[in-house]
Design a binder for this molecule. Structure first.
Ligand code: MN
Length: 130
């Protein structure tokens, strides 16, 4: 199934463009937010198939934004992937403990990243009986 909507929440222009271009190349539609609060607002408004969330974000960080997304029944089941430069094992555990579905290090590995996105989108479609 192509053309699913993915929300990218990322304040760094270069990282956002890279992810945007990669996802579009893979055939997805892409919505973008540059701050955590905007990410939460767009998640509720658009209910995307997947959210890619930076951790260090203005106004509301990625972990707080995830909390708000999980608090709302309308957005609770959307898979959310943390995309962050914090590569240390301790940070990784903290991020996964916060409730993210997966974790992706920056700079991203293009092929690994595309495969992860596909896997999560397919798993969600299956869970919904699509
Ligand atoms: Mn950031």
């Amino acid at each position: 199934m192509a053309g699913e909507l993915i929300l990218v929440v990322e304040d760094d222009v270069k990282s956002r463009k890279l992810v945007h271009d990669l996802l579009e190349h893979e055939g997805y539609r892409v919505a973008q937010a540059t701050a955590g609060d905007e990410g939460v607002r767009l998640a509720k408004e658009l209910v995307p198939a997947l959210i890619l969330m930076d951790i260090q974000l203005p106004i509301l960080d990625g972990i707080a934004a995830l909390g708000r997304i999980r608090d709302d029944p309308a957005t609770r089941s959307i898979p959310v992937v943390a995309v962050t430069a914090s590569a240390m094992a301790q940070d990784r555990n903290k991020i996964l403990a916060a409730g993210f579905d997966s974790y992706q290090r920056k700079p991203i590995d293009v092929r690994e990243f595309a495969a992860l996105v596909r896997r999560l989108i397919d798993a969600r479609a299956e869970a919904r009986g699509a």
